[in-house]
Design a protein around this ligand. Structure first.
Ligand SMILES: [Fe+2]
Length: 517
């Protein structure tokens, strides 16, 4: 009898996988089944070496397990010695639609720049998710792409014209255009009613194919905080807890390659977050600085002006040299001129403000504003692909029918801008294409703790050159290119955190400029 029940359940599950866009109906008292749903990837720690997994089941399932292995070793089975099993914790979340069990696990000690294949479950056969893959962040400052969209809020359905099916479709199109994108930044109004779980049920369902393959970076919007919506948001995403007290997981920051990204909660305590952001930005030496939150300080229509946000946060963006601010809320696309203190300035001095349109059924009118450089208010859903390659940032915006909405490039003249450093030498010339630079420090170097990004070499276009690091005579660092240098100007950054016995070998970062003839 029991066996029959299991087979029947399996058939129901299979039927479920063929009807991706079937609406989720309100359940009777409880949500979920034995099989994981609502699987999401996020980070609370380094994207190079860790990966968080969150999913839900019915409350009958409390054990939490992830089986993970390198994709290069995966041949269709996890039953191999290459597989690592990670256990996690679960808790019961009581939503207005009923209770469900939320499972949280974190894989650590992953290798940078590596594809992993995994599945999640409770460790019992029949209760595993489908196998899916993701890729960790590469070591060093490597080029990468991320996706950006906003306002996925819809009716509580997976309908493709007025429900969350629109969001699933936009997500799929964005990933088709940018298959190597590393995360999806969503700047708020994820759902239409944050406290009504039926919205989340349909939101997750519509993106169930995409969510297990790419990290999410979600932002809180005014619709997400409806009622007690913060609870649904916090329960369903594991996010960094490095934000200010009272805003943890709603305001946070992380680094990816040479970019520092801060997410703020425009529905929370603006002043507290301004103070936190000032410290957070000052502590970062990343070349690019991006901030995302829901309500833009520079609106596309006076009806949606958020002067409280403008007054509280734009002075911090000016001081910190924030390059891009990505927002939503207006359901129309706008790109501002680079602004400093509200005035148009050139790109290297100001912040560009973008309102990312809509990934749901709702569109609003625009009205000309003095800060608008590009506007697009056709009633089409859009998504953006943002590629950062050294000192160049490429931003492309595409509509759901393939129309190009906007495209622009930002270039920083200094490949290590954003970092404080002491200049070591200028115009050191060499005719050797395989030149090994030897740098003697006044202290012994802990070779075992030396990492690839402790010394980086970039050309004048900001592209990273692969180098091999070694230690000679205990205190001399040698830097050799993997392939011959092309003629040109290069910049070498030696990180102050080059390790010695007490942890840190240098007082400052050191930059050397050299020429290869
Ligand atoms: Fe909004």
């Amino acid at each position: 009898m029991k066996r029959f029940f299991v087979i029947l359940m399996a058939m129901v599950m299979m039927a479920g996988t063929f009807s991706t866009y079937q609406d989720v109906q309100a359940a009777e008292g409880s949500l979920g089944s034995n099989v994981p749903e609502h699987l999401t990837l996020t980070w609370t720690d380094s994207p190079e070496t860790t990966q968080n997994f969150t999913w839900r089941t019915s409350t009958d399932v409390t054990a939490t397990s992830v089986q993970i292995m390198k994709t290069s070793n995966y041949e269709g089975s996890f039953a191999t010695s290459e597989m690592v099993e990670v256990t996690g914790d679960s808790f019961t979340f009581d939503s207005d639609e009923g209770a469900m069990q939320v499972h949280e696990a974190k894989a650590t000690a992953l290798e940078p720049g590596t594809s992993y294949t995994y599945r999640v479950g409770n460790g019992q056969q029949g209760n595993w998710s489908e196998a899916a893959s993701f890729t960790t962040e590469a070591a060093g400052d490597r080029p990468f792409t991320f996706l950006f969209t906003t306002d996925t809020q819809s009716a509580a359905s997976t309908n493709m014209t007025w429900g969350y099916g629109i969001w699933g479709d936009i997500f799929d199109k964005a990933l088709t255009q940018y298959p190597n994108a590393r995360f999806m930044l969503l700047s708020g109004d994820v759902v239409d009613r944050g406290d009504e779980q039926i919205h989340w049920e349909n939101w997750f369902k519509a993106a169930q194919e995409e969510l297990p393959t790419i990290n999410m970076v979600p932002t809180m919007g005014n619709h997400d905080v409806y009622g007690t919506g913060e609870k649904n948001f916090a329960a369903q995403f594991q996010l960094p807890e490095n934000g200010p007290e009272g805003e943890k997981e709603f305001a946070y920051s992380f680094d990816y390659s040479n970019v520092h990204i801060a997410v703020l909660n425009s529905e929370g305590d603006l002043q507290k977050q301004a103070e936190w952001l000032k410290q957070d930005m000052a502590a970062s030496d990343k070349q690019w600085k991006i901030v995302s939150f829901h309500r833009s300080p520079y609106h596309s229509h006076p009806d949606r002006a958020s002067l409280d946000v403008r007054n509280a946060w734009t002075p911090v963006f000016d001081e910190a040299g924030v390059d891009l601010v990505l927002s939503g809320h207006d359901h129309a696309y706008m790109r501002s001129y680079p602004l400093y203190d509200g005035e148009k300035v050139n790109q290297n001095k100001g912040t560009t403000y973008i309102i990312g349109g809509s990934a749901g059924p709702k569109f609003y009118e625009m009205e000309d504003q003095p800060w608008m450089k590009v506007k697009f208010d056709k009633d089409k859903q859009i998504y953006s692909g943002v590629t950062v390659d050294g000192n160049e940032l490429q931003f492309n915006v595409t509509a759901n029918d393939g129309e190009t909405v906007d495209g622009f490039t930002m270039v920083k003249e200094d490949p290590f801008s954003g970092r404080n450093f002491t200049e070591w030498g200028e115009n050191l010339a060499t005719s050797e294409k395989m030149k090994t630079w030897s740098i003697s420090l006044n202290t012994n170097i802990e070779e075992s703790a030396l990492k690839a990004d402790h010394v980086q070499v970039k050309n004048s276009n900001g592209q990273q050159v692969d180098v091999r690091l070694a230690v000679e005579n205990d205190d001399t660092l040698t830097v050799t290119p993997e392939e011959a240098y092309e003629p040109g100007t290069y910049y070498m950054m030696i990180d102050q955190n080059v390790p010695n016995a007490t942890g840190k070998a240098l007082k400052n970062n050191i930059r050397a400029e050299f020429q290869v003839e």
